[in-house]
Design a protein around this ligand. Structure first.
Ligand SMILES: [Zn+2]
Length: 343
């Protein structure tokens, strides 16, 4: 039950009815709430049959998506940052879902913008299990190592990732999965696709019913307003070859929709998967060349920021400025591991 005092039961029933009738419940909600005392509205979208997106406003609007898959065992895909729980709960209520009906919170990997919120959210969703790749599972139960590693990798972005608000998930609520496992939502079945590269334990989910893939960070960061994507290549685990291989595997699924964790949905599947591969390669070549020319990470990151400015003029500059050095550092560590840098 939602106790925030702005979405009464009557309104919620109407929304549920609207959703059952196949109407866009966000739209219905907004219409209805124009007559009420709304304090805030979370952006939610219906992106496929039985699949909804909550914009958790991760640092900015239209950057962090958490998905809700409708069924007997309502399932969340991603848990956002440790600070995202409020938006997610508000989004669930707005879409007409009851907290007790959420049975799974699946995280694509344990990075803090995907799993940082799992512990906080698990406390609010008492019947939900947290589903994660088996290699990531120990880090949700005891996040101390993860937090140390994140603190090192994130540099300036450390504060924005809500490190201090991360709480562990009780071991008995963590369900470790592996490639091929199926998460049964009821009307949807989500198949686990092991898709390493961004992180060694990264998974995607394939939903047969919508013929869609929840991509996590495996393909890149999608900017729906520009219709393009950019790689996401953080240290310490980014592996260029493995990431490209994983996108190749996703290609074989012949899906007709991609649901990005950053951000939104596209039906332009083949072009985006190809772009994911091309962009990872292009950045790799650019960064490797700059490094051999003696440029430092800061200088190379500035080039990426210029590229962001050009391609995504509407995106907040501070975000690309903070993310770019992290992405460059991911490539540098990868090249070092592969012995591809002469120093
Ligand atoms: Zn991410």
């Amino acid at each position: 039950m939602n106790n925030n005092g702005y979405a009464g039961v009557g309104v919620r029933n109407l929304i549920t009815a609207a959703r059952k009738a196949g109407l866009n419940s966000t739209f219905s909600y907004k219409l209805l709430m124009n007559y009420g005392k709304r304090r805030s509205v979370v952006e939610t979208y219906k992106v496929a049959k039985g699949v909804y997106l909550i914009d958790v406003e991760m640092w900015t609007r239209r950057y962090g998506s958490v998905y809700v898959v409708e069924g007997e065992a309502v399932t969340l895909v991603e848990s956002g940052l440790s600070t995202s729980a409020g938006k997610i709960l508000e989004g669930l209520a707005q879409l007409g879902f009851h907290r007790d009906d959420v049975r799974h919170i699946v995280v694509s990997h344990v990075h803090l913008d995907h799993a940082g919120g799992a512990g906080v959210l698990a406390k609010e969703l008492p019947n939900a299990k947290v589903v994660v790749h088996k290699v990531g599972a120990p880090h949700l139960i005891d996040p101390s190592r993860l937090l140390r590693s994140a603190s090192k990798a994130l540099g300036q972005m450390r504060d924005a990732y809500g490190l201090e608000k991360v709480v562990p998930v009780a071991a008995e609520r963590v369900v470790p999965v592996d490639d091929g496992d199926v998460i049964d939502v009821g009307s949807h079945r989500l198949k686990v696709i092991y898709a390493p590269g961004h992180a060694s334990h990264h998974i995607c989910l394939y939903d047969e019913r919508s013929n869609g893939i929840f991509t996590g960070d495996a393909v890149g960061v999608y900017y729906p307003d520009a219709g393009i994507l950019k790689p996401t290549t953080p240290p310490p685990e980014f592996d260029m070859d493995v990431a490209i291989e994983s996108i190749g595997r996703l290609r074989e699924l012949k899906a007709s929709a991609l649901f990005f964790s950053h951000f939104g949905m596209t039906r332009d599947v083949e072009r985006m998967l190809d772009m994911g591969i091309e962009e990872i390669r292009r950045w790799g070549a650019l960064i490797q060349e700059a490094l051999s020319a003696g440029e430092n990470i800061k200088r190379i990151a500035a080039r990426l920021v210029d590229e962001f400015k050009e391609d995504l003029p509407f995106a907040p500059e501070w975000l690309s400025e903070q993310l770019a050095p992290v992405m460059v550092a991911g490539y540098v560590q990868y090249f070092e591991r592969k012995g591809m840098l002469e120093r």
